[in-house]
Design a protein around this ligand. Structure first.
Ligand code: DAH
Length: 409
């Protein structure tokens, strides 16, 4: 091999690596001119251009092998030194550009804490939910617990056990929704007695019955379910949905009721009157409200009564009054009575040993009276403007201590 250096290597040795370095620096400077997003792409191109297989540096390194051995070390270390320096410069530039990019990003994303926040829309509680919470708070304070039952019931729980025999005329008032399809046996029998039955009796019980399921027409089946559990004494309220095939300004096919039941050894009509009078005072937040108990009829109570409250109507608005006057009128608010002995017996309780009272009221009716809502149907329309007007703050749960009625939103 020729002992003289190839011209190119000789130039490097003479410091001509400067040329490579110069071009490299120009490229780095061009990167720095780019926008932050493009700079990192441009840097990658420079890296491949300057250090990749086809780079001038690699070309030089490949040529080293062709050098006579006495020159190889000196030239090799010169090229390596050049490469190290270029790599260092490259990394410095990359770090500088990254820092610049993140500073620019931070600047662009800076939060201006002097800006006022965007208005946030908080939903409102529907008056039905609000009134349920209020009723639970009032009766909870009197020692009642809340109970629940299914919306889809059978004839036994909705009617038979409540002393509505088949073909009883009172059933007609209930405009029942029947569910198509057959069902198996009586769920009451299955749940209460199946453990004692032989398997033949059980399979007979399970045979398909022609009785349809029904959508409960009132919350009274929850009384039956609670009594059948046999844990005494009982003090429950049962808020929930009910269904009747009925629709006009004061009726909707789905509505809400709250049922109440007290069973103990010596419960009497006086307890019923004082309990419900206390409820009305607490619910309408008045120290005294004129009430009357008007004889009525329900199959499941005897005697039965309807409770009315005294009020006067001024310019369309109702206000409750204590004293009855020529201007005042009676408004029906709930049904009640002493639990009928037939109901107690149907629920495996002995009417000679225990008795009690029950009551039931429509939640929407309570809400309309208390909050001045004119048309029952508007409560089910899901109109946001209506809800903003009649709804309640979800952050204020009704409580007797703080007051039942939170700020209307
Ligand atoms: N279940 C009755 C109805 O839907 C309401 C009712 C009245 C319930 C009197 C009762 C009660 O518990 O004693 O019309």
């Amino acid at each position: 091999m020729d002992a003289t250096l190839p011209a190119e290597l000789e130039r490097i040795r003479q410091g001509i690596g400067q040329e490579i370095r110069q071009k490299f620096r120009e490229k780095l400077d061009a990167c720095a001119q780019q926008s932050p997003e493009r700079a990192s792409l441009a840097l990658e191109e420079v890296r491949i251009d300057s250090f990749g297989k086809k780079s001038a540096l690699q070309h030089l390194l490949r040529q080293l092998g062709e050098l006579p051995s006495e020159h190889r070390n000196a030239v090799g270390s010169a090229v390596n030194l050049l490469k190290q320096e270029m790599l260092r410069e490259f990394e410095e530039t990359r770090a500088r550009l990254e820092e610049k990019a993140s500073a620019q990003l931070l600047e662009a994303e800076r939060i201006d804490s002097t800006l006022s926040e965007r208005p946030r829309r908080i939903g409102t509680l529907h008056p039905t939910g609000q009134v349920i919470e209020e009723v639970i708070a009032i009766f909870g304070d009197m020692g009642f617990r809340s109970a629940e039952g299914p919306d889809v019931e059978d004839d036994f729980h909705n009617f038979i056990a409540l002393n509505f025999p088949p073909d009883h005329p009172a059933r007609q008032m209930h405009d029942t929704f029947y569910l198509r399809g057959e069902r198996r046996g009586s769920s009451q029998k299955l749940s209460e007695e199946s453990s004692e039955e032989s398997s033949e009796e059980l399979s007979e019980e399970l045979s398909v019955s022609s009785e349809p399921w029904i959508l409960r027409t009132h919350t009274s089946p929850v009384q039956v379910r609670t009594m059948l559990r046999g844990e005494l004494p009982i003090r429950i309220i049962a808020p929930g949905r009910c269904y009747r095939s009925d629709s006009d300004q004061t009726h909707t096919p789905m509505f809400h009721q709250v049922e109440g039941l007290v069973i103990d050894e010596c419960t009497h009509f006086g307890h019923l009157k004082s309990c419900l009078s206390a409820f009305v005072r607490a619910f309408f937040e008045q120290d005294s409200v004129g009430v009357r108990f008007r004889p009525s009829y329900f199959p499941f109570t005897e005697p039965s009564a309807e409770m009315d409250i005294a009020c006067v109507r001024k310019e369309g608005a109702l206000s409750l009054v204590e004293e009855i006057s020529p201007d005042s009128e009676w408004l029906e608010i709930l049904g009640c009575g002493m639990v009928h002995p037939n109901v107690l017996q149907a629920c495996n309780l002995d009417p000679e040993k225990v008795q009690g009272f029950a009551f039931g009221m429509g939640i929407e009716r309570l809400a309309m009276l208390k909050y001045g809502i004119a048309d029952l149907r508007t409560m089910f329309e899901g109109d946001v403007a209506w809800l903003e007007h009649y709804g309640f703050s979800p952050l204020d749960a009704p409580s007797l201590l703080r007051g039942l009625r939170p700020q209307a939103c």
